[in-house]
Design a protein around this ligand. Structure first.
Ligand SMILES: C[S@@+](CC[C@H](N)C(=O)[O-])C[C@H]1O[C@@H](n2cnc3c(N)ncnc32)[C@H](O)[C@@H]1O
Length: 340
């Protein structure tokens, strides 16, 4: 065991006394399965809200669980980092999965998730027509996703950050090759849909956070791969967003941007709230440069005659300019360009 994972006598004692109580142990088992709100935990455990809140406070203080805010809501989950994270996961893994107490809690958790999924589906139904209209306008998603997989490569990444995660499709696609993944979006409804999608996919290494792309609620210099898929065209200041994305990157991390090439489809602006009608290759390279990044690869996916869609989707891969010795700025690295 690495020394970073060892605990002092005091930390071990406070962790054991926080964990050594029936409701708190049940809470930890549930929070290892899913991110949950206080009201969901109240329903699952059948205890009053003040009681659940008091237990959660003790678990938080002992560092056994974490909390993150999403607007007016707070989500709780089992500790994700620090020496206690390994300890608490090992402890929970040793509990018999078919223990009657935990089986009953899990059955109620399944019901809470089902209700959440129904709520998300209702919202999605209301949006579905909008989404299908936009999808029908560009090259098929399968081609875009194949190109994303290819440009990212098959090698595992330690930490993944998906900005403007929406319904979490990029996390579903890429979290399987990541150690840990975080998705950020400003919309609680979108995060609700993402939560349902990721739970269905059984992805346990993903966290969702509500936040603004201009002030990211994440650790600086921590991410190997940052993704912005179909997000930049909504923003009024793409360079500022890229600077913020660059701040989250490790020194040799990579930023993948996927967006439309320049187009004239005004309906996207009028009906779908797009601010920008796509981006020219050089425009994104210049924004990257201003944000201290170098564009190292670019790919344009042009619709084929049989695909019906009219809009080209482009991929740009960037890295901190400092990862390219001899290059003062991004502009000195010529990206590998490809049109397919
Ligand atoms: C087209 S949608 C989702 C795209 C998503 N990446 C995907 O692959 O499906 C764009 C998302 O960007 C989010 N968004 C737009 N501006 C944002 C901002 N300033 N901060 C955080 N999220 C933002 C929206 O809430 C929306 O969910």
């Amino acid at each position: 065991m690495r020394s970073a994972e060892r605990l002092s006598f005091e930390s071990m004692l406070s962790a054991l006394s926080a964990a050594g109580e029936a409701t708190r142990l049940r809470l930890m088992v549930l929070l290892a399965e899913a991110e949950l709100t206080v009201s969901e935990l109240v329903i699952i455990l059948g205890q009053s809200q003040p009681r659940i809140s008091r237990h959660l406070k003790l678990l938080l203080e002992a560092g056994l669980v974490e909390r993150h805010r999403e607007g007016a809501w707070a989500f709780f989950l089992i500790a994700q980092s620090g020496p206690l994270a390994t300890f608490v996961r090992d402890m929970i893994a040793r509990i018999m999965p078919n223990d009657p107490v935990f089986s009953a809690d899990r059955a109620r958790l399944v019901e809470v998730r089902r209700q959440r999924a129904e709520q998300a589906a209702r919202y999605f139904e209301a949006q579905a027509q909008n989404w299908d209209e936009v999808r029908a306008m560009h090259v098929p998603e399968e081609r875009v996703e194949a190109a994303i997989r290819e440009i990212v490569g098959p090698a595992p990444v330690d930490t993944l950050l998906d900005l403007g995660t929406g319904t979490g499709r990029m996390l579903e696609l890429l979290a399987p090759i990541a150690g840990r993944a975080v998705g950020v979006d400003q919309s609680p409804q979108m995060l609700g849909l993402a939560r349902v999608r990721l739970e269905r996919a059984g992805l346990r290494n993903v966290q969702l956070r509500q936040g603004d792309l201009y002030a990211l609620p994440v650790e600086a210099g921590f991410y190997d791969l940052v993704v912005m898929h179909q997000v930049l065209h909504y923003l009024d200041d793409p360079t500022r967003a890229l600077r913020e994305a660059g701040r989250a990157l490790r020194a040799d991390g990579r930023l993948l941007i996927v967006d439309f090439a320049p187009h004239e489809e005004e309906s996207l602006r009028m009906v779908h709230a797009h601010r920008r009608l796509g981006f020219a290759g050089e425009e994104i390279s210049a924004c990257m440069e201003q944000a201290g990044l170098a564009c190292i690869a670019r790919r344009d996916l042009v619709p084929r005659p049989d695909e019906g869609g009219k809009l080209t989707v482009s991929l740009w891969l960037g890295q901190p300019a400092s990862a390219h010795p001899g290059a003062d700025t991004g502009s000195t690295v010529s990206p590998a360009e490809e049109r397919v």
